[in-house]
Every structure is written in structure tokens, then in C-alpha cells.
Design a protein around this ligand. Structure first.
Ligand SMILES: Nc1nc2c(ncn2[C@@H]2O[C@H](COP(=O)(O)OP(=O)(O)O)[C@@H](O)[C@H]2O)c(=O)[nH]1
Ligand SMILES: [Mg+2]
Length: 328
């Protein structure tokens, strides 16, 4: 499971030594993950520790259900998890609160892992398209990915400032390109985002960049306009490189819970989403949404945002995540 950047990205090369996370660093990451997911853990973990598994009667299972739903695991996914646990407990495979909690953690990790969670960087150039509603974290996520690719994995990145509707969005991406030390293609305010993507891909081919990351707008006059535009950007990219975009990442703001899940379904209809970036998990008790997304959307969460700083965008590791939100 990808718990470090060089496990998330498949490069086809040996990882540079600098990208290997030593054990103590991993522990440090896990501590930070736990710390930043504290709101969800408080909602979930405390309840589990305190009462749920003390007597295994119907009421206990109902309380577990309520607890998971409160953490926004979603009704369908919650029912599935509780049923599995109840069946195992009923057949005498599990006994005691500790064992039940351990098994619950395992089941939750499994549920959070619906498919391929890596990002393949072997195509040259690899094109990554970033989509999502305004304010969910597209631009920041792009900046952070670019930073890791350039600084840690030694990849050469070019950004396409495709959110041409807001001048501030372009400036924000320019700042990130400075920080990451990568190239950027920007166009005049209001110009065609497809053209920006086109130019960035042409530049990548000419200058030999490894990865192109395309930013997009998250709001237009109507939902229909937005989806139309994303489809167009995608088509422009596909004309240049038939199997691109190789990765389409959708950002979802975890604080919007089930609403974010509904948004995701709309985006999935317009563009083929290959991975989710679940942001702002630090500010919410609704971290269980990661499980609902994986199960009900069937698209893997590939990255999570647990804060605003550079190291707060992390590859999603379901095992660590489940341990971090349930552990005592
Ligand atoms: N607390 C927190 N804030 C985040 C996270 N990811 C993004 N943000 C903030 O959310 C705001 C909107 O992000 P931005 O990248 O501009 O969203 P965009 O409109 O989709 O491009 C910014 O202030 C980011 O710093 C996260 O994981 N945690
Ligand atoms: Mg933006």
C-alpha cells in the first residue's frame, strides 16, 4: 500500500535513496496522521473504546452503526461493515472488545481500498488532469504534488494554469511553480483552458518534461457549462496523446461529507475519474467519508490532505488511515 511518495508513483526506475522513508520517519508520519485526524478519531474511537463492545447485544450493534454513520461512513457502507463484524462475532471467531476493534480496523481498511491506488508515471509525458469544485483544494494539491515530484523524485514537471476564470487562481499556481521549481504555462485571463492544456503538453514534448499537471476551473455559470468545459479540455488532451490524460484526479473536501460524494458522482459522469484526493480531513469528524467514497463511488482515494502545509498532502494508506481513526 502506498504510504510514501515513491510507492504511490510508479516510475519504472529504482527510487532515489532520498525518497525512501526510514522507519522512524514513517512513525513520524503516522503520528502526524493520527494527530491531524483527531476529530474523526474522537468521534469514532472514543465511542468504540468506551461502550460499544462491552456487551454484544442488539443495542451494541446499533450503537456501532450510529457511530459509523456519525463519522459519515454512509448508510450502505456502514450496514456492510457492521454485518460482516456481526457475522464473525456470531460464529464465535471474535471475542472481547480488543479483538473486535482490531477486526473492525481491518475491515475498514479493506473497505477503503477499492482498486489500484498507484499513479503510473511511465508514459512520457504523463498527463494528470485535476478536477473538482472551487475551494476543494485542486491548486494546492497540484502545487504539493509538483513539489514532491520535482524535489523528491527528481521528475521534471510542467503545470498548466487552466483555471483561467480567476486571476488569483493563476497567481496561486505561479507561486507553487516557484516553490517547486517547475515550469508553468499560463494564458491571459478568460482564455480557453483547452488551449492552455494544449500548450503545456506541446512544451512538455519539446522540452522533455516528465509530467504535465493541468489545473481547471471549479465553477462556471452552471453545472452543465462546467462539465462541458471539462469534457472539452479532456478531448484536447486526448487529441495530442491518445491515452491521456493518464490520470484524472478529483478533489473532494471531506468537511462536506455526503454532499461531496454526490458532487463526485456528477464529475464522474463527465470525466473518467481515476482517483480521489480527499482534502481537509484535519478539519472534520467526518473522515469516514473515505470509506463511503471507496465503496459507493468505486474510485480509489489516492491522496489525502490533512492540513495546509506541504507535508500534509499524503499518499493514502488504508491500513494507517483505519488505525489512525480507530486506535486508542
Ligand atoms: N485545512 C486544510 N486546508 C486545505 C487542505 N487542502 C487545501 N486546503 C485549503 O483550502 C483552500 C482552497 O484550496 P485551493 O487549492 O485554492 O482550492 P481550488 O479552488 O480547488 O483550487 C486553501 O486555503 C487551501 O490552503 C487540507 O487538506 N486541509
Ligand atoms: Mg484553484
Amino acid at each position: 500500500m502506498p504510504s510514501s511518495w515513491n510507492e504511490l508513483f510508479i516510475t519504472g526506475e529504482d527510487a532515489p535513496a532520498a525518497a525512501e522513508a526510514p522507519a522512524e520517519e514513517r512513525q513520524g508520519f503516522f503520528r502526524r496522521l493520527r494527530q491531524n485526524l483527531s476529530k474523526t478519531r474522537e468521534a469514532l474511537g472514543a465511542e468504540l473504546q468506551a461502550s460499544v463492545f462491552q456487551t454484544l447485544d442488539d443495542e451494541a450493534w446499533e450503537r456501532l452503526e450510529e457511530t459509523l454513520i456519525y463519522a459519515d461512513v454512509g448508510a450502505t457502507t456502514t450496514a456492510m461493515i457492521v454485518e460482516r463484524l456481526e457475522t464473525e462475532a456470531g460464529s464465535g471467531e471474535l471475542s472481547g472488545g480488543e479483538e473486535l476493534t482490531r477486526r473492525l480496523t481491518e475491515i475498514m481498511a479493506e473497505v477503503a481500498r477499492p482498486g489500484e491506488m498507484t499513479i503510473d508515471l511511465r508514459p512520457h509525458p504523463t498527463v494528470i488532469l485535476m478536477v473538482g469544485v472551487n475551494g476543494t483544494g485542486k491548486t494546492t494539491t497540484i502545487g504539493k504534488i509538483a513539489w514532491h515530484l520535482q524535489r523528491e523524485l527528481g521528475k521534471s514537471v510542467i503545470l498548466a494554469a487552466g483555471d483561467t476564470y480567476r486571476a488569483a487562481a493563476v497567481e496561486q499556481l505561479v507561486e507553487w511553480s516557484d516553490r517547486a521549481g517547475c515550469d508553468i504555462v499560463r494564458a491571459a485571463h478568460g482564455s480557453d483552458p483547452g488551449a492552455v492544456a494544449f500548450d503545456a503538453i506541446e512544451a512538455a514534448k519539446a522540452r522533455g518534461h516528465d509530467v504535465v499537471i493541468v489545473d481547471t476551473a471549479g465553477r462556471l455559470h452552471t453545472q452543465h457549462h462546467l462539465m462541458d468545459e471539462l469534457t472539452k479540455v479532456r478531448r484536447v488532451i486526448q487529441k495530442q496523446i491518445p491515452d491521456a490524460p493518464h490520470e484524472t484526479l478529483l478533489t473532494i473536501d471531506a468537511t462536506t461529507g455526503q454532499n461531496g460524494l454526490r458532487q463526485a458522482m456528477l464529475f464522474r459522469e463527465a470525466v473518467e475519474v481515476s482517483g480521489i484526493v480527499l482534502t481537509k480531513l484535519d478539519g472534520t469528524a467526518k473522515g469516514g467519508i473515505a470509506l463511503a467514497i471507496a465503496q459507493e463511488l468505486g474510485v480509489p482515494v489516492k491522496l489525502i490532505g490533512i492540513g495546509e502545509s506541504l507535508e500534509d498532502l499524503r499518499p493514502f494508506d488504508p491500513d494507517d488511515f483505519a488505525r489512525a481513526i480507530i486506535g486508542s
